[in-house]
Ligand binder design. Structure first.
Ligand SMILES: Nc1ncnc2c1ncn2[C@@H]1O[C@H](COP(=O)(O)OP(=O)(O)OP(=O)(O)O)[C@@H](O)[C@H]1O
Ligand SMILES: [Zn+2]
Length: 483
């Protein structure tokens, strides 16, 4: 089944047809780097990482261009830098580095392009100028504002009607705005705030314009897929479309939004007790803390366990179940590794490789159905079960075992899981556990050397409680978690 995706703009599942199969383009709104990301913020990059893996498999790795921006100009960044008394670049570098390291632990591959706002100010100024020239924006008191009444299809993405919005507006309106929903493209900076020159004075760009300008500059219009969290539909993505379309003088076209992005995908919220995880509510768990405490694959698995458009409730049970599922599949892989120790996968012939490829179809079918990751996970278990049955069958052909292992690992690669060796998973998949076990083994060695048997027994009990089996060998002890 070819890929179908739910398009937020058309409100239906549609066959995905890229504009150019040799250059499939995808843009996802990335982090504002002023603090550690919470686990809700990690949902979009993980979900779209699976989409990119699928696109690369379909169109070829070099034919997919994925851009995820870094917002390094923002009032929250300014506030943080001012509080710490450091330049904004110090704050943004710190949190971007942490973000990328944490994404790495989640097996999120880096995007092909990671545009930073501070590197694209001239492109942003050019796009604002084009919008002004098209009659869709106006300058007032050092600001440049987008005139929402100038864009005929404003509201198409979010399903809002501008007249209703105006009637319902209760926001306090800045005096320089013609219409309460006009939004900022450029704003003046105070003396202590970062600023860049522009035809409208020293200042900085608004948030929405950065994405439309960087999309045009890095990927070119229209892009194939634009993604982000559901909270970005309005106003951020609505405004991006208005800017991108109007910069090219097409404000009056009915279908002009097609000239900006051809498919819109939005992930649902990660929730805690049915409430959005959000800094403003204060119910956040930091991704950075979580990936210190457990293997990134556990977090990734949990994030993919629900369909991306559905809410995902985050709780300890979800994490425990994710770990159990991974333990089970790594357990199968460990046994397969032992069975295939003397087998060279390269000896599988073409017909066998084709069969192994075909076994992936149910996983691909699930992912191609609007990125149905829970369905794909169920099929991954099917592949795990097939391999387990072959391992249990003394009569099984070793080539069949090798094919089944290949299919399981290949399918897992599409989801970005089972990326470790079974040994690394059972011993070191959990950095905190690894540190604790190794410390206990050191203490055990000292206790034994000192013939302190009660202490040695206490340590053994502690290792048991951690569900760890220790194997004493000639090169010292090795250990694994009981599978
Ligand atoms: N609870 C959530 N579940 C899923 N995605 C989320 C959640 N919270 C934020 N996002 C997504 O994370 C990305 C970054 O969002 P944003 O910059 O608004 O983060 P934030 O200001 O830290 O969020 P918040 O104020 O909600 O804590 C966006 O794509 C947004 O849609
Ligand atoms: Zn954006």
């Amino acid at each position: 089944m070819p890929l179908h995706i739910h398009d937020t703009l058309r409100r239906e599942k549609r066959l995905f047809e890229p504009r150019n199969k040799d250059r499939v383009t995808l843009y996802v709104c990335g982090p504002t780097v002023y603090d550690y990301a919470h686990i809700g913020n990690a949902r979009p990059p993980v979900v779209f990482d699976v989409l990119v893996r699928l696109l690369r498999r379909t169109y070829g790795s070099d034919h997919v261009i994925y851009a995820r921006n870094v917002t390094d100009v923002d009032d929250k960044i300014n506030q943080k830098a001012a509080r710490e008394g450091v330049p904004i670049g110090e704050v943004t570098a710190r949190y971007e580095a942490a973000y990328l390291a944490d994404m790495g632990l989640l097996n999120v591959s880096p995007p092909d392009i990671a545009p930073h706002v501070t590197d694209y100010i001239p492109a942003i100024v050019d796009q604002i100028q084009a919008i002004v020239d098209a009659g869709c924006a106006y300058a007032a008191e050092g600001h440049v504002l987008f005139d929402v009444s100038s864009y005929k299809a404003y509201g198409a993405l979010s399903g809002r009607n501008l007249d209703d919005m105006i009637a319902g507006a209760r926001v306090e309106v800045a005096p320089y705005k013609k219409n309460p929903h006009d939004f900022v493209l450029w704003k003046p900076s105070k003396a202590d705030e970062p600023s860049w020159p522009s035809p409208w004075g020293e200042g900085r760009p608004g948030w929405h314009i950065e994405c439309s300008a960087m999309i045009e500059k890095t990927l070119g219009l229209p892009i194939d897929i634009h993604g982000g969290g559901i909270d970005l539909v309005f106003p951020h993505h609505e405004n991006e479309i208005a800017q991108g379309v109007c910069a090219h003088g097409h404000a009056h076209g009915d279908q002009a939004h097609d000239e900006y992005a051809r498919y819109w995908m939005h992930n649902g919220f990660l929730t805690v007790d049915a409430e959005k995880m959000s800094k403003s509510i204060g119910n956040v768990l930091l991704l950075h803390d979580l990936v210190q405490a457990m293997p990134g694959e556990v977090v990734r698995w949990a994030l993919l366990s629900a369909h991306y458009r559905q809410p995902l409730d985050w709780n300890q049970g979800l994490l425990d179940q994710s770990r159990k599922n991974l333990d089970r599949l790594y357990g199968v892989l460990r046994d397969a590794e032992a069975a295939l120790a003397d087998f060279d996968e390269a000896t599988l012939d073409e017909a066998e490789m084709e069969l192994a490829e075909n076994a992936l179809d149910p996983v691909l079918d699930a992912l191609e159905d609007d990125l149905n990751t829970p369905g794909a996970i169920a099929q991954l278990f099917g592949l795990g079960n097939t391999l387990r049955e072959l391992l249990n069958d003394a009569e099984a052909d070793i080539n069949d075992v090798a094919m089944a292992r290949w299919s399981l690992k290949e399918a897992a690669g599409l989801l970005g899981v089972l990326s470790l060796t079974p040994d690394a998973w059972f011993e070191g998949g959990d950095p905190a556990l690894k540190a604790e076990v190794e410390a206990l083994l050191d203490q055990r060695a000292s206790a034994r050397a000192a013939k302190d048997w009660p202490e040695a027994d206490r340590i053994r009990d502690r290792l048991n409680a951690l569900n760890v089996v220790v194997m004493d060998g000639p090169d010292g002890p090795t250990w694994r978690v009981k599978g």
